[in-house]
Ligand binder design. Structure first.
Ligand code: ZN
Ligand code: ZN
Length: 381
């Protein structure tokens, strides 16, 4: 992966070596990561998941290696992983890739690994294949190792997230083109999806158009409901950029009318909650306190029972990753952590509202990566 500026590489071999050190720290003997964001983060190889085994193996001693189907070895070379100097073990169609992985890891360590950490999203058939090839081994999740690295973004990664944030802000800025009275949510969603690509993403992760009562369902996506004059509409959208980094931003609109006094009142509470949570971000503050900062404002105003989800989630190569901004997560924020702040208020059967920005914890506070207006935006319809 090369950065947006095309200069410094996003991925260096240091990441794999850091993962080996952390794995040793946790007592894991072997880390096995298959196609997905963990593999892309550590090696730059954006492999597609399928039944044939592709895996990065990181033994606690010796050099890490990649096990790949021989027909895909040229793709590793062509990817940023090709420049890392990682050893690539190619296997032929009739070989047993699990036996190859197990034997190589055992040779590097000098003993058969017993604690094997596999990626949280590794397919079960691959995880169990590794375990079968290492009789007596026990599987555990690799998250404690990889999340420690992925949670804290480098300056280059933050610039990738900032570019993704600016791209999704441009889509929201064009919302009057898409969100009009008489269109269905599905029609609005299709136009937004096209704009997500036009404005600088290579893929659409999700388009939530929650009009009227559908806005009270936080993860509602699209339906055939026709947008009506005076509807409050929750628009939560995100995509993937060429380097794999994600955007995720919610704004709430009123279309073809203006908000009732009651909606304006509780929307003001929501806005204040989002600001309070953002202002609370600085190094050393536990993640759960950011959640508490938003929740307190909403509860104090009497709307607490209508804020039915956590305040946020980390973001990077996945749209949802550590750290989670939720009660019970006492992890202290450190500079470089990037996450959403997205309180909402949901009135079942009527409507809902959410305000979501991606923010980064900096050395002395916070940097929002979404900067579009957070007020209830009135569109002519
Ligand atoms: Zn989000
Ligand atoms: Zn969102």
């Amino acid at each position: 992966m090369t950065g947006a500026a095309g200069t410094a590489p996003l991925v260096t071999i240091d990441r794999v070596h850091a993962a080996r050190d952390i794995a040793a720290d946790t007592g894991a003997d072997l880390l096995v990561l298959t196609p997905g964001s963990d593999l892309r983060y550590l090696t730059g190889y954006d492999a597609h998941a399928m039944e044939r085994l592709t895996a990065l193996a990181v033994p606690r001693r010796g050099e890490p290696f990649l096990v790949v189907p021989r027909l895909e070895a040229p793709m590793v070379d062509a990817s940023p992983a090709g420049a890392l100097g990682l050893e690539v073990l190619a296997w032929d169609e009739t070989d047993d890739p699990f036996a190859l992985l197990a034997a190589t890891a055992t040779a590097r360590i000098g003993a058969a690994p017993t604690r094997v950490a596999v990626g949280n999203r590794t397919w079960a058939e691959h995880a169990l294949g590794v375990q079968r090839a290492l009789p007596g081994s026990a599987l555990e999740l690799a998250a404690p190792v990889v999340d420690r690295l992925r949670m804290v973004k480098s300056a280059a990664e933050i610039e990738e997230l900032a570019a993704a944030g600016a791209a999704i802000d441009r889509v929201h800025a064009r919302m009057a083109e898409f969100l009009t009275v008489g269109r269905t949510e599905a029609e609005v969603g299709a136009m937004i999806a096209a704009a997500i690509i036009e404005e600088g993403h290579v893929g659409v992760d999700f388009t939530i158009v929650g009009s009227g009562p559908n806005g009270a369902s936080p993860h509602h996506e699209l339906s055939d409901r026709v947008v009506a004059a005076g509807d409050v509409v929750v628009i939560d959208i995100g995509g993937e950029t060429a380097t794999g980094y994600r955007s995720d931003c919610t704004r709430t609109y009123v279309v073809g009318g203006s908000a009732s006094a009651e909606v304006a009142e509780w929307y003001g509470v929501l806005h204040a909650a989002q600001q309070a949570a953002t202002a609370a971000v600085r190094p050393g503050v536990p993640a759960e306190q950011i959640d508490a900062a938003a929740r307190r404002v909403i509860a104090d105003a009497g709307w607490g029972e209508h804020f039915i989800h956590r305040t946020g989630h980390g973001i990077g190569l996945d749209s949802h990753e550590a750290p989670y901004i939720v009660e019970g997560n006492g992890i202290p924020l450190v500079p470089g952590m990037a996450f959403s702040i997205e309180p909402g208020i949901y009135l079942a059967g009527r409507c809902g509202a959410r305000i979501e920005d991606i923010v980064v914890c900096t050395e002395d506070g916070v940097r929002p990566l979404n900067v579009g207006p957070r007020e209830l935006v009135e569109l002519p319809g």
